[in-house]
Design a protein around this ligand. Structure first.
Ligand SMILES: Cc1cc2nc3c(=O)[nH]c(=O)nc-3n(C[C@H](O)[C@H](O)[C@H](O)COP(=O)(O)OP(=O)(O)OC[C@H]3O[C@@H](n4cnc5c(N)ncnc54)[C@H](O)[C@@H]3O)c2cc1C
Length: 504
């Protein structure tokens, strides 16, 4: 295929007048930059459609010539190592699909290339809200296609639980609309396993009144010795049942000046400052003698708007691009294991002292009420973890020097393994949220251990992506029999590139 290296020029004659750019293009670096350079996809050309028709035509052209492609946006935040199997592919850049429309019937339509920073301020202005991701720089669809965890999920469920319809370009460029009424099988799949089936052009989501749009926010820092006490309070709250309005995050960060880890807790109480203050008082320094004392050294209580909550201001460095990033996760259906969490805290400090180039790495342990998510039947959507993820550990490693990549990976995997061990997590087998998954988990841990569900996903893969164009992100096996073969690291045996397919 001939590609144009300058502006709007025809590529191959069959492709018509489409925007394909090669590395000689002045805008190249700015378009191919990624959040993480670790096991990242690489591109031989950028396809920059401006309209749905161009997107459809371009994908049809790529499919016809069996040229692999990856839909993404500027600074894509997917950091699953499976993305690294896509080397020298065509980038389908969705930067012209960042449209946001607030609709009269209390819904919002979001373009396939929109980021949270496009959506959140518009919802705020309209006095509406929905479950949104925690950082502004990340893609709405990248998050939602895996289910969509984030702020307000205790109240509204997963982002994809509020999805009403989605317009999708299939592998051959055909544009379809999926909803409960039309192509309901595809609609089911796009909510939890959606990276596997097409390019989402736009989605329409339900919104809710924002009740004034103010959220109590508390940031706290504790001494190292407080960890057992802090976890004991958090576990007590979880056992009692967290209010749906609460989002609680325990964080391990590294303080460069002190050259040691720092224990922080962030609590958001949606729409209710008074209740928030009461909850946070439970994390006050202990005044009487106790086995698990708490010494709180910092407390900042604020009331934030919905837009400020999603601004990422609390951890602005998280949105920096072009570093090495590697994520492992572990979940528990119940509470935090105090001993294992202390062990990981100490080990984190030791590792970062030995490897200062990785000291921007952070560990976040999130919990929210799962009541709303778990209220849906298990097979409501392709998201497979209802009733299972009470807490999530996010071991987010960040470093600057490829020489330490192997050491970083080894440590993070070890920390994950210790938190995911059945005696610690309370789960006999791991359950892994796709958007936090690495690549060494068995596909069943990500998509479901249920053979019926696996067969359903494989049948959908054969129907909607028979040649494997969408195999970059935790690819679903084409055949039910393959699931058992794909144990640890099984993703690698699924061909990353389109298998032979007939010309159209
Ligand atoms: C800083 C940070 C914060 C995060 N916060 C959250 C969070 O709050 N909640 C949560 O659930 N996850 C969160 N994640 C995980 C996140 O969901 C995944 O990393 C996700 O893959 C990022 O999507 P993206 O669109 O930004 O990245 P990309 O690299 O562009 O895309 C990732 C995958 O999604 C596919 N994709 C993206 N857009 C489309 C589309 N329109 N149609 C079809 N396929 C598409 C791509 O092809 C690729 O396979 C976070 C990640 C980071 C790095």
């Amino acid at each position: 295929m001939a590609l144009a290296s300058t502006t709007r020029t025809a590529s191959a004659s069959t492709a018509g007048k489409l925007n394909f750019y090669t590395p000689a293009w002045a805008g190249w670096d700015e378009h191919v930059v990624r959040w993480s350079s670790y096991k990242a996809p690489t591109f031989s050309a950028v396809f920059l459609p401006e309209t749905e028709e161009e997107l459809s035509e371009g994908i049809a052209h790529l499919a016809k010539h069996r040229i692999p492609y990856l839909a993404t946006k500027i600074a894509g935040h997917g950091n699953s190592p499976t993305l690294g199997t896509y080397q020298d592919v065509i980038q389908v850049n969705l930067k012209h699909f960042r449209n946001i429309t607030i609709n009269p019937e209390n819904t919002v339509t979001v373009g396939g290339g929109a980021k949270w920073e496009d959506l959140i301020p518009r919802l705020r202005s309209a006095g509406r809200e929905l479950t949104v991701g925690s950082f502004p720089c990340v893609g709405v669809h990248g998050v939602m296609l895996g289910g969509g965890m984030g702020r307000l999920m205790g109240t509204y469920g997963l982002t994809s639980d509020g999805l009403l319809r989605m317009k999708v370009a299939l592998w051959n460029g055909t544009i379809v609309e999926a909803s409960d009424e039309a192509l309901s099988d595809l609609f089911w799949a796009m909510r939890g396993a959606g990276h596997n089936f097409g390019v989402a052009i736009e989605s329409t989501l339900q919104t809710w009144p924002d009740q004034g749009g103010l959220h109590y926010n508390a940031d706290m820092v504790f001494t190292d010795e407080s960890l057992a006490g802090v976890l004991t309070v958090a576990n007590r709250l979880i056992r009692k049942g967290l209010d749906p309005a609460v989002g609680l995050v325990i964080g391990y960060l590294y303080n460069l000046e002190l050259d040691k880890p720092v224990l922080m807790v962030n609590i958001v109480y949606a729409h209710d400052e008074e209740a928030g203050r009461k909850l946070v008082a439970q994390f006050s320094s202990t005044t009487t003698e106790t086995e698990r004392p708490i010494s709180r050294v910092f407390l900042n209580e604020t009331v934030l708007t919905f837009a400020e909550l999603g601004s990422g201001d609390a951890l602005p460095s998280v949105c920096r691009t072009d570093q090495y990033q590697n994520l492992y996760t572990a979940s528990s259906p119940t509470t935090f294991d105090v001993d294992a969490m202390i062990e990981v805290y100490d080990s984190y400090g030791r590792f970062l002292r030995e490897h200062p180039a990785a000291n921007a790495s952070i560990l976040l342990f999130e919990t929210t009420s799962r009541h709303r998510i778990d209220a849906f039947p298990d097979d409501h959507t392709a998201y497979p973890h209802r009733g299972r993820l009470g807490t999530n550990a996010i071991i987010q490693m960040t470093w600057k020097n490829d020489r330490i990549s192997a050491a970083v990976d080894r440590w993070a995997k070890g920390a994950r393994d210790s938190l995911a061990a059945p005696a610690v997590s309370g789960d006999q087998r791991p359950h892994v949220y796709i958007n936090y998954a690495n690549a060494d988990e068995p596909p069943a841990a990500v998509y479901s251990y249920d053979p019926i569900r696996q067969a359903r996903l494989s049948a959908l893969k054969r129907k909607y992506d028979p040649y494997g164009f969408f195999n970059a992100y935790h690819p679903i096996p084409l055949h039910p029999g393959q699931w058992n073969l794909l144990r640890e690291g099984g993703w690698w045996s699924i061909p990353p590139f389109p298998r032979a397919c007939p010309g159209q």
